[in-house]
Design a protein. Structure first.
Length: 272
């Protein structure tokens, strides 16, 4: 675990080891908001212990999206007394539908979570739902805004804005290629442009993983993705049977590029 990094008044970010997951903490006068809970009870307990060094207030949880490293620690927070778990409606459905299927991804780091046997290993499905309208969460003297910019890294990515900071979840990724497995590449590029345009409102922008980012970083990520969409589209048109020949020209690693092409084919509107 790293130390808490202060990103604005009463707003902090903690970077966990391994996945370099960023957990956010926003502390009001009555409640505190925890953004993303880690990949199982071991990591969840470490995150909770770090939170408790900062505040003893009752906790509210936000899951930015339905990938295991962002919500598998939820049960630890439920055991600590949290009853309000926020997410976008698509994220909540995905957790409900395939939470158990994601357990296999943590067999190394979180064996108890992987087998579902042990303390705080149940899948806690978010029960406080954001749809297309922003939701304000009053923490006492400080309000966090939960909002959705459409499909991107997944179909249920939630952003969290505070007076100083934007927590962008895995819509923004620093220090590694973006992950496209559940993505909507074309929409994602649009969401990134939207985030980049919001930046005058926030002093800090925190990605789901890696170091705090500038609006220029986000804009570059958007431009790179739009270019990749054009290049891959061209390849799909030229070589419908084997668009993977485009992999060498795409700006991502081979594995990400393969997923990128697959998702572009699956998610693009069919032109007849």
């Amino acid at each position: 675990m790293s130390d808490w990094l202060e990103v604005g008044t009463d707003t902090y970010v903690l970077q966990t080891a391994g996945e370099r997951l960023n957990t956010g903490l926003v502390v009001g006068s009555q409640r505190a908001l925890v953004i993303d809970t880690g990949c199982g009870p071991r990591q969840g307990k470490e995150i909770l212990a770090a939170v408790r060094q900062k505040t003893q207030l009752p906790l509210v949880v936000v899951n930015t999206h339905a990938h295991y490293d962002h919500y598998f620690g939820n049960a630890v927070f439920a055991d600590d007394g949290a009853t309000e778990f926020w997410a976008h409606q698509n994220c909540a459905s995905a957790i409900d539908n395939d939470g158990d299927a994601q357990r296999r991804f943590v067999s190394g780091a979180e064996p108890e979570m992987a087998t579902g046997v042990g303390d705080a290993v149940e899948i806690v499905v978010p029960n406080a739902i954001v749809k297309d309208q922003p939701v304000l969460v009053d923490l006492g003297g400080l309000t966090a805004t939960l909002f959705y910019l459409g499909r991107g890294h997944t179909d249920g990515d939630l952003l969290v804005g505070t007076p100083s900071t934007l927590f962008a979840g895995d819509l923004v990724e620093q220090g590694a290629h973006p992950s496209f497995e559940d993505s909507y590449p074309e929409d994602w590029a649009d969401a990134l442009r939207h985030i980049s345009a919001l930046r005058h409102r926030y002093q800090f922008l925190i990605p789901g993983h890696g170091q705090p980012c500038s609006d220029q970083f986000v804009k570059t990520m958007a431009d790179t993705m739009s270019t990749a969409v054009r290049q891959a589209r061209q390849s799909i048109r030229d070589m419908p049977s084997d668009a993977t020949k485009a992999i060498p020209v795409l700006p991502y690693g081979p594995e990400q590029s393969r997923w990128f092409i697959k998702r572009l084919k699956e998610t693009q509107p069919q032109h007849h």
